[in-house]
Design a protein around this ligand. Sequence first.
Ligand code: LHQ
Length: 287
Amino acid sequence: MSTANTTPSTAAEDSPLLISTEGAVRVLTLNRPQALNAFTTGLLGQLRVALDEAAHDETVRAVLITGAGRAFCAGQDLSDPHIKPEFDEHAGEVDAHKKPKAKDIGNLLDHYYIPLALRLRSMPVPTVCAVNGVAAGAGANFALGCDLVLAGQSASFIQAFSKIGLVPDCGGTWLLTRLVGRARAMQLALLGDKLPAADAQAWGLIARCVADAELQSEAMATAQKLAKMPTKALVQTREALDASMDLEFEDALKLEARLQSQLGYAHDYLEGAAAFLTKRQPTFKDR
Ligand code: LHQ
């Protein structure tokens, strides 16, 4: 990734989340490479705060999310004390006579994953994910919640939930069925097998699979391109596409008209149309 115009990371190098800014692009890097960037409550909390900050910072016009090391994110850190069941670590297995004390996983979803997924999906700027390696469980679904997902050719996507007796979360059930249809969603979710990035692109699960060496520069170029575009129109496009799945055709037409009538009064449309008609480059600024 180019370092031109990059502000230094605002977090310590050993922080689970690295934050930097390149031009109008806020870059968030999951940084627990020793555990394949698995989500702890600490990382989940920092991620949500960082997204909040990007949302409220008028100078930010796109967010790029990626991972440090060989993985993007292995999902929930299964050793996190918030969810780790109490069992006999020496035996390494569950004793049928001594039922391990389980913790309410739903609590973790309510307090961390749901707010995070909603924050991501309602960002007032476009989001790009550069999936640099394996994305498993909630790590996969967090990535898929971004607006544009690019993955390196050695990356893969795993709905790891079924292998540990859970259902897809972090929006997985909603996202998978919409992205790849029920048959493929069922295959991914039931079998929990690894889907290589090239297949993920062929299936329409992600936007693009690129060479590993080009992933970060391609993702940054995509984010920079989006940052120069009319932000409000991009975000309302997300809103309309998401809503369309649950709308009748006529209602989708009406939603388009409502959004268009709002955008038609905004600076960016006037600027875009004027720039086209006077054959110059537009400068968009609405957010
Ligand atoms: C890990 C993890 C991990 C801790 C690798 N945790 N250490 C939400 C709410 C509440 C509860 C439950 O879940 C959820 C949502 C979810 O995300 S559920 C799904 C959780 N994730 C998984 O089940 C995936 C577990 N990981 C794997 O299957 C493999 O690690 C994958 C396929 C991702 C990568 O395999 P490898 O490339 O062979 O790497 P590895 O398995 O050797 O892992 C490297 C290290 O990372 C290793 O530590 P070690 O100290 O032995 O080097 C792993 O223990 C650690 N790690 N995932 N989720």
